[in-house]
Structures are given as structure tokens and as C-alpha cells.
Write a protein that binds this ligand. Sequence first.
Ligand code: SAM
Length: 256
Amino acid sequence: MNIGPMRELGGVFDRVADAYEAGRPGYPDEMFRAVCELTGVDLDGATTIDVGAGTGILTRALRARGSQVVAVDPAAAMLSRLRARSDGGPPPVAAVQGDGNALPVADGVADLVMYGQSWHWLDPAASVAEARRVLRPQGAIVGCWNLHHAAQAAWLAAYEARLAAEVPAYWGPAVEEWAVPPIAAAFEVIAERWLPWTRLVGIEDFLLDLRSHSYMAALPPGTADAVVERRRAELRAEFPEGVLSVPMRVYLAVGR
Ligand SMILES: C[S@@+](CC[C@H](N)C(=O)[O-])C[C@H]1O[C@@H](n2cnc3c(N)ncnc32)[C@H](O)[C@@H]1O
């Protein structure tokens, strides 16, 4: 395969792969229950294409629930973390460097095509056409995003507002026009859900999560370090015990 274009596609996240692997949260159990209930697909034994699989946060959760997962991502450094942590665990997983707009998967083989915080990086029409091509007739498309629920805590809203003021490419709840990616407009919607949960996390892991965002990866390294240092000082002053209770919510969209 000519991986030149893949390297370009993978560029942003490859720069922050270690922070991504260490800092990003997993998805709550409730999300997987909702996926089964809304799609009618039992994850145990299902063939699932995890598009934009990254370091494998969603891949591992699907494997733990019995899915046969094909993980696809253009970012070599992200996939290398996924491969390193997937070894030895049942059931088998294939991890393929590829583009979600041209899936390296045969027609009609999948029960689910899932995008874990990745669909917004893809072409809205080509990605969904590809998902439909690889799905079995009863298969379903699932998009999910694990998001800060800033309106639920004043400290979190203030934290997001400071990022919005300091980071030019910031995109999140502190921006007035911010909205979830319009995946529900791209396919025939079965259901949309908002699933609240709480993340208990140490300040240093929370700051690694911050570093793993594409808007931080776009900053010159020294500037990113300074932004993180300011957030560290503020969070340590406000939470001297070093642990944060972060209101989160998953946006889940399921369709055909
Ligand atoms: C925010 S990460 C999500 C990783 C993982 N799914 C998760 O739930 O944490 C977005 C991923 O989408 C990938 N991506 C970007 N463009 C893509 C494309 N055209 N096809 C497939 N994946 C893509 C990036 O390389 C990155 O690993």
C-alpha cells in the first residue's frame, strides 16, 4: 500500500499518541448497553469495524465484550499503541492502516461500523457510503463522542473558557457555535442518546488528556507546555488533593 497519504491523514494524532493513550478516558458501560439495545446487535460475536480506532480505547472495550474487531486508522503511531496493547487477548483483532473513506474491508461482512470520536475527521458522504457497503443488511452505523459536560460544573466551564481564550484552534463547549458533529444528518437515524457519567481522574492524567487534543497538537510545543502549565497551577490550587470529578456525557448516534 502507498502510505504517503496515510501519513498525512495520521499526522495530527501521531504527534500526541502517547498522551492520547495515557490520558483519554474509556467509554462507560451504559454506552455499550445502549448500542446493543438500539441496534439490536449483540456485541458478543459481532463483527465490528472500528473506524478511526486510534490507540484502541474503543477497540479494547469491544473485544472485552466479545466483538471481532477490525480496527482501521491512518495514524501509524496511534495504531502501534493499539497493536502493543491488543496482543494476546481474545478474540482476535485486525489492525489496519487505512482510510475510513475507503475502508480496506470486503462488502457485506460487518454487523457494526463504529466511529469513536472519529467521524468528524472523515468525509461525511464517502464515510457513510463505505459503512453501508461493508455492512450486512441488518447492520448498523454508530457514532459516539465522549465529551466534557461543562455546564454541570463551574470549574470545568471556567477551564474550557480559558482554553478557548488561549488556544486559537480550540473547539469545544466554550465556543458558542460548538455542536456535536452532524453525523445524524448523514444517515437514516435510528436513535440519538446523551449518556451522562462521571470521570474520577488525577490532575496529571487530565492534563495528558488535554495534550492529546488536536487543537493542542497544532500549537508550537513551547506554547502547548505553557498552556498546560497554567492549567496545572489553576487545578492544583483549586483541587489540592489532586483528584478531579469530571462531569462527562457521551453523545451516541445510531443509524443505518
Ligand atoms: C480522536 S481519535 C479517536 C480514537 C479512538 N476511536 C477513541 O475512541 O479514542 C480520532 C482518530 O481518527 C483518525 N482518523 C483521522 N482521519 C481518519 C480517516 N480518514 N479514516 C480513519 N480514521 C481517521 C485519527 O488518526 C485518530 O486516531
